[in-house]
Design a protein around this ligand. Structure first.
Ligand SMILES: [Zn+2]
Length: 273
């Protein structure tokens, strides 16, 4: 499942290629044929993201809503494009570029009101300039649920996935099992500000890096991480490896149906006091 920075990056990629451009839209697979016919020839006004939801704007009251889910893929190329694979749900072509969407969980036309209903059920997104952490804090501060589970709940905060949740908790020395209501306001403000900074960097670099300058491979004289996710991290998928700060073995456990990673020494249960 891509994290929010990937979806914001896709919104930016669409704006750079297609904003203000009349688009040829087709559904080679056929499952979005009626929707594609309605936007075919229309100008893409904008593209935006909220959490893991992507919205492509085509004139008044018309949005294409995309959620990639676990298996969806969006790829870009030049135009004229090669003949499409019959798995392409939506192909957009314009201004020398094309975009192919395959296997999304959602690809549907929405009105402004329907789009707003999606925003309303999502928590604030660290990557949306108009959002702040206040609404998330109000839910966290009264919750008995662990902070690690709350960070993955898209109704509480939108766009944080498994990598950012593990890494931001490590960076602030927070026990992942701490109940939301035991978190301090100052801790939450620091976590939110850090997510804004880390995720913006994720959009820029199109990968997740969370280690501070003093903990890079170069600074520590250690080999760089080898992982298909790329990027340098403190705890994510580092089970059994030594913590970059204290040398303790990184631990893992299942939490909210996803693997959680943390350092038992840097993120001690004592933090609950
Ligand atoms: Zn540690």
């Amino acid at each position: 499942m891509p994290e929010g920075h990937t979806i914001h990056r896709l919104a930016l990629d669409h704006r750079e290629r297609f904003e203000g451009v009349a688009i040829r839209a087709t559904s080679p697979q056929g499952r979005f044929a009626a929707g594609a016919a309605l936007i075919d020839g229309q100008v893409m006004d904008t593209a935006e993201a909220h959490g893991k939801h992507l919205f492509l704007g085509f004139g008044p009251d018309r949005w294409v809503h995309v959620h990639l889910g676990l298996f969806g893929k969006l790829g870009f190329g030049t135009a004229p494009p090669p003949p499409p694979a019959d798995t392409v749900r939506l192909r957009l072509v314009g201004a020398g570029h094309h975009a192919d969407l395959r296997g999304p969980t959602a690809c549907a036309l929405l009105t402004d009101a329907e789009k707003q209903a999606i925003h309303d059920r999502l928590g604030p997104d660290p990557l949306r300039p108009q959002d702040d952490g206040e609404r998330a804090w109000r839910r966290i501060a009264r919750s008995r649920t662990t902070i690690a589970a709350l960070l993955l709940d898209q109704k509480v905060i939108a766009g944080v996935g498994n990598v950012y949740r593990a890494e931001v908790l490590f960076r602030h020395g927070i026990d992942p099992y701490l109940p939301g209501r035991a978190l301090g306001r100052d801790q939450w403000d620091a976590v939110w500000a850090d997510l804004v900074a880390l995720m913006r960097e994720g959009v820029r670099n199109n990968r997740i890096d969370t280690v501070r300058p003093e903990h890079t491979p170069e600074a520590m004289g250690r080999p760089p991480r080898v992982d298909d996710h790329g990027g340098e991290v403190y705890v994510y998928r580092r089970t059994g490896a030594p913590c970059h700060l204290c040398g303790s073995e990184i631990r893992t456990a299942d939490l909210a149906a996803r693997n959680l990673f943390w350092c038992p020494r840097c993120q001690p249960p004592a933090a609950r006091l």
